[in-house]
Design a protein around this ligand. Structure first.
Ligand code: B4P
Length: 329
């Protein structure tokens, strides 16, 4: 039986050769902000990518869901409830998608089995560490409605995503404790995973642990959101981005799909970003977008436009206390 790595490589090679999978060449540049060396992936050919019929169907036709009956040439593995697919339009080779076999909505949170399969795939898929991400909801940067978790290999200069530089500054981090970092001006929550639990071969234990961590983090995110935007009606669906490495989970609630930056020639650029931007990977589809992202001196302010501005730590503390008193009363 070939290993998962071998299956990914052989499916990728034949999908590329048969024109089922497109790999867009990218040029990488960097821009450092608050100790994070953001990586800007400039992919000029993406600007010419045809808009899939899943997004803008031909007149009179229904949108096609590419994940319900996926192209067999892109399927690496089929499991009871999921397909493991190659991303048809990838910038990073071996970019994988884990899609549910039955339709589930992308605005639903990840469930423990989704997290388990993503975790197990990340462990086996690559020779380098990986990054799992999930764009959840209308403002999260997702373009497909059918539930799909994404996975890319990390390599080259940073074997961890650029945002890891800030995680490394947490003094004596404790497993499962939820942190928000003072350096990040937008609402976010993150936690350190316990490698010992995750090394377990028993799927039930790993699934339960990942579910517990994710839902604990999601609760904390909603709490932060209530502090950042008290006017937001309770029960409103939230959009958010989720990233997970072998060490950390992070959630960032989203207010807008696009952020706005002014280029050096004064043009106003609207840039759509997904979860990867909060890991420190920014996508540019034109030369002007690239140079603007590369030379802007406040990328964190740009990311804050996509999410929710944090209140000062003192205000956060005061409001948390008020909320706790409210719950107790
Ligand atoms: P979504 O969650 O819906 O959206 P996305 O990853 O933000 O990609 P999007 O489709 O909006 O494209 P974009 O131009 O922003 O994911 C859907 C995924 O399904 C996409 O990855 C898409 O390629 C894939 N897909 C669509 N039709 C498919 C089919 N028939 N079979 C299999 N897969 C299919 O981004 C273009 C690409 O660049 C995306 O792959 C994106 O993930 C990647 N990207 C974004 N930011 C990046 C960055 N900073 N660095 C490197 N790559 C980046």
């Amino acid at each position: 039986m070939p290993s998962l790595q071998d299956q990914i490589q052989s499916t990728f090679t034949s999908a590329k050769a048969s024109g089922n999978c497109f790999v867009f060449e990218s040029e990488v540049s960097t821009n450092k902000d608050h100790g994070i060396e953001f990586q800007i992936n400039y992919v000029p050919t993406l600007a010419k990518k045809p808009v899939p019929s899943s997004i803008h169907p031909e007149k009179g036709k229904k949108p096609v869901n590419p994940f319900l009956n996926p192209d067999p040439g892109l399927i690496v593995q089929s499991y009871d409830h999921y397909h493991l697919l190659l991303n048809k339009f990838c910038v990073v080779p071996y970019h994988l998608l884990i899609v549910t076999k039955e339709f589930q909505d992308q605005s639903q949170p990840l469930l423990p089995p989704d997290l388990l399969i993503a975790w197990r795939t990340m462990q086996e898929a690559y020779t380098t560490p990986g990054l799992i991400f999930y764009n959840c909801g209308d403002e999260s940067g997702a373009s497909q409605q059918h539930k799909h978790v994404q996975l890319i290999p990390l390599d080259g200069k940073g074997i961890q995503p650029p945002i890891q530089a800030l995680f490394n500054k947490i003094d004596n981090p404790k497993h499962g404790e939820i942190y928000s970092l003072n350096e990040l001006p937008f609402v976010h929550v993150l936690l350190l995973l316990d490698a010992k639990v995750l090394e377990n071969k028993d799927d039930e234990i790993v699934e339960e642990y990942l579910g517990e961590m994710f839902f604990g983090l999601l609760d904390a995110m909603f709490q932060q959101l209530r502090i950042a935007d008290p006017e937001r009606p309770r029960g409103t669906k939230a959009s958010y981005n989720f990233i997970m490495t072998s060490r950390y989970m992070m959630l960032v609630p989203r207010r807008a799909e696009c952020g706005v930056l002014k280029s050096s020639s004064g043009n106003v650029l609207r840039l759509s970003m997904n979860s990867m931007s909060f890991a420190g990977f920014l996508l540019a589809k034109t030369r002007e977008e690239r140079s603007t992202l590369q030379y802007t001196n406040d990328l964190l302010a740009f990311l804050t436009q996509l999410g929710y501005e944090r209140k000062s730590p003192e205000t956060e503390q005061e409001m948390e206390t008020l909320q706790e008193e409210d719950t107790e009363a």
